[in-house]
Design a protein around this ligand. Structure first.
Ligand code: ADP
Length: 759
């Protein structure tokens, strides 16, 4: 009971307005609320419907067809609102009629305020204002039993929601559980609509269902949603009974309801999990602990071809081809027992007898005491995956074979330059075995003067700007020698575009490189020789011409002298002609000499240079003596291999020149020495003579080139020396600070014979 009596709302039904106003005033002074006064039975019913008062004070003698007793009877039936009759005099018939309505009280007119207060309080403090059956207890004659009260108390106390409502849904009674459910007072609820908390759609539907109840089928079950005052959406289920009045025109409903939200949710969850199971890409099978199938989802049907009715009840082994002990059903069940689960590949067998690879997992489900209840098995048809795996394996194998057997070096380099994988050819090119190579960095096998991978390519390819690069570079073979290669590199990305590694195709071009270098060397040699030949042709024609012209000139003179019989210059002129012819012969001899050097077979002997130089000095001793030059030869001259006569000729020429171009030096001195430098003997012939301007250092080795035409000579000596030294695989050059500074001629000869031209 949430209402206290002082808050009670009372409607007064009294046709005499002054009496009505006076009663209202008294009630208000007592603290009650009087929302309305009514002057007739019909007006009373209407106002009670609207205000749902706690109590009605009813005058029995009302105007119109409906007197107070009839009005009370209807109020009682429709709203259950307690009614106290107020009446002046009552005949026994009227009183009997009034008693039948089981009023909440009876106040004879005239009455005092005290009598009014007592009657009102007694009526209001009855346990239920809605049940005027109770009021029977306080009726004047006390004839009612306690039965209705016990019934009311029971209704009041049961946890189910109990209510009564009119055809339009207006609540006329609610029990305590109903009030508690909506968290509202009875006063708030009575008079409001039964479906006020239901969504519109439910309201209309329930209304139609309620209206459809008939005296023959007066009971119906309805379910609807409500939005509770705390904004929670819940489900209510009602059993509703229509109660018809005698004329069957008017009706009232009594409903008993309960909250079925949890059940609804459980149902929804069940539905959801069932739908989820059906949607699963895998077949879900539930079996008992012995492997007997209990549930079989739609996907299982797709995979195995059996319908649920064909599969449920059979052992799971009927869809499983036991190939070996390892995956037999018994083994799987034993494994689950032992480890709590199974995961593996098994061979399934379909209704049509086809075998299919299945990926299976199975796990028990436990009850709250930890006892296994059933096994949940998830089975997936992996035919497609298997095919893909096989195709992948085959293509991997093809790729591997192509990679391994490629006749070009291929390797994968990670983004930090580490070698990830190398093929056979790559190992061959660099001389490492695969294990050794795959532990290295590309730096470790790259020539120090080359870059491993050009930085701009690495950056460009990572930034997606460059695809690949082809470049020439040098690697270092495991044995230390240079390997020339043509490398073509590109960046490999994964399917998301993320860089994975670089792949390089490496072609060993060392042989081509050697051939190329040799070819370039030969071309340049040929070019030099051509230039030399051109210069020689020019020089020969020029130098041979001058004695010829001399001869021609003097022959003309001789002819003239002979014609004039002038014989006095005869002898003189013949002398000139002879000298010129001699000069020509000398030139032609020198030319022959030079041409022979390249052709004549030379001896290949060991030549201790000190010994050979001594011989050379003795050959030119005449001129040394004439000039009184001092010659010093160091003792520890190296030993070389070559043509003794030719090399002796070279040193004779150098010593002879040193004496010849001594100039006016008062202390002519010649120093000869040598040392070993690597595989070469480096010797010198140094004088303190006239020296050579550095501008002409090169020229003097040309054929017939002479800087000083006053001195005797043909300009062939140094050209010849150069030829001999080069044929031995050596070099000759001069050092001189300039005129008057003396000259040093250097000869570099290999310690062992290298030139293939030499036999
Ligand atoms: P030739 O001695 O017959 O003139 P060479 O070929 O031996 O021819 O020498 C070429 C030229 O080099 C000489 O004419 C001379 O001008 C210069 N020359 C050679 N040796 C010396 C030297 N020791 N000191 C200065 N000039 C030299």
């Amino acid at each position: 009971m949430s209402t206290t009596t002082s808050q009670a709302r009372i409607i007064v039904v009294e046709d005499e307005i002054t009496v009505a106003l006076s009663i209202r005033q008294s009630l208000q002074l007592m603290g009650y609320t009087v929302p309305e006064l009514a002057a007739s039975g019909a007006e009373a019913i209407d106002k009670i419907r609207r205000h749902a008062p706690d109590l009605v004070l009813m005058d029995i003698g009302l105007p119109g067809k409906m007197d107070g007793i009839e009005a009370a009877r209807q109020i009682n039936r429709r709203f259950g609102t307690p009614v106290i009759f107020i009446t002046g005099h009552t005949d026994p018939t009227t009183f009997q009629r009034a008693k039948k309505t089981i009023p909440a009280g009876y106040i004879p007119k005239p009455f005092t305020e005290q009598e009014l207060f007592t009657a009102v309080e007694l009526a209001l403090t009855r346990p239920s204002p809605g049940q005027n059956h109770v009021a029977a207890k306080i009726t004047a004659n006390g004839t009612t039993t306690e039965k209705p009260d016990r019934f009311r108390t029971m209704i009041e106390d049961i946890p189910a929601l109990v209510c009564r409502f009119l055809a339009d849904g207006t609540l006329t009674y609610v029990n305590a559980a109903y009030c508690a459910y909506f968290n509202k007072s009875r006063i708030d609820l009575i008079g409001s609509n039964f479906l006020q908390y239901a969504p519109k759609v439910d309201q209309q539907r329930i209304r139609r269902q309620v209206e459809a109840l008939t005296p023959d089928a007066p009971v119906g079950n309805f379910v609807h949603q409500v939005v509770t005052p705390t904004h929670e959406v819940r489900w209510l289920q009602w059993t509703c009974q229509a109660i018809f009045d005698d004329s069957l025109n008017d009706r009232e409903y009594q409903a008993v309801g309960s909250d079925i939200t949890e059940r609804k949710q459980a149902e929804a969850n069940l539905l959801l999990s069932d739908q989820i199971l059906q949607q699963m890409p895998s077949a879900i099978i539930v079996t008992d602990l012995s492997g007997k199938i209990q549930r079989w989802t739609g996907k299982a049907r797709d995979i195995f071809g059996y319908s649920a009715s064909e599969a449920v009840g059979r052992p799971v082994s009927f869809i499983h081809l036991p190939q070996s002990d390892i995956d037999s059903t018994e083994r799987i069940l034993a494994k689950i027992k032992e480890t709590g689960e199974f995961f593996g590949e098994v061979t399934g067998i379909t209704k049509s007898g086809k075998t299919i690879p299945i990926e299976a997992s199975a796990k028990p489900i436990f009850d709250k005491f930890g006892r296994p209840l059933v096994l949940i098995c998830t089975l997936r048809d992996i035919t497609f995956r298997k095919k893909n795996e096989q195709a992948l394996e085959e293509s991997e194998e093809r790729f591997r074979l192509a990679f391994e057997n490629a006749n070009i070096g291929v390797w994968l380099i990670d983004l930090e330059g580490r070698l990830l994988r190398a093929n056979n050819r790559m190992c061959q090119i660099l001389g490492y075995n695969r294990d050794e190579l795959e532990r290295l960095n590309v730096n470790d096998v790259t020539h120090p003067q080359d870059v491993d991978l050009p930085l701009e390519f690495v950056e460009g390819s990572l930034a997606g700007k460059t695809d690949h690069i082809t470049f020439e570079k040098r690697y270092i073979h495991k044995q230390g020698y240079v390997v020339w290669a043509n490398a073509s590199t590109s960046l490999v990305r994964d399917s998301f575009g993320q860089p994975l590694y670089f792949i390089s195709h490496v072609q060993d071009i060392t042989r081509q490189k050697l051939i190329e270098t040799e070819r370039e060397r030969l071309i340049s040699q040929l070019e030099t020789k051509n230039t030399e030949l051109e210069r020689m042709t020019y020089t020969i024609s020029h130098d041979l011409k001058s004695p010829l012209i001399t001869i021609q000139g003097f022959l003309t003179l001789l002819e003239k002298d002979a014609a004039n019989n002038a014989s006095e210059r005869f002898e003189q002129n013949i002398k000139f002609i002879r000298a010129a012819a001699k000069k020509m012969k000398q030139l032609v001899d020198d030319l022959l000499e030079i041409s022979r050097i390249g052709r004549l077979p030379s001896l290949r002997e060991t030549i201790p240079l000190s010994e050979m130089i001594r011989e050379a000095i003795s050959m030119v001793a005449g001129s040394i003596n004439v000039r009184a030059a001092k010659v010093y030869v160091s003792h520890d001259m190296p030993t070389v291999v070559g043509d003794r006569a030719r090399l002796s000729q070279v040193f004779q020429n150098l010593i002879d020149n040193a004496v010849k171009f001594m100039g006016t030096e008062p202390n002519p001195t010649i120093k000869i020495g040598g040392r070993i430098e690597g595989n070469f003997a480096v010797c010198y012939v140094k004088d303190n003579g006239i020296g050579i301007d550095p501008r002409y250092h090169h020229r003097i080795f040309n054929l017939f080139d002479r800087l000083d035409t006053d001195t005797e000579g043909s300009g062939v000596g140094l050209a010849l020396a150069k030829r001999v030294v080069e044929l031995h695989g050596g070099q000759i050059w001069v050092e001189s600070a300039g005129a008057g500074q003396g000259s040093t001629f250097w000869v570099k000869l290999p310690l062992t014979a290298t030139n293939p031209d030499l036999p």
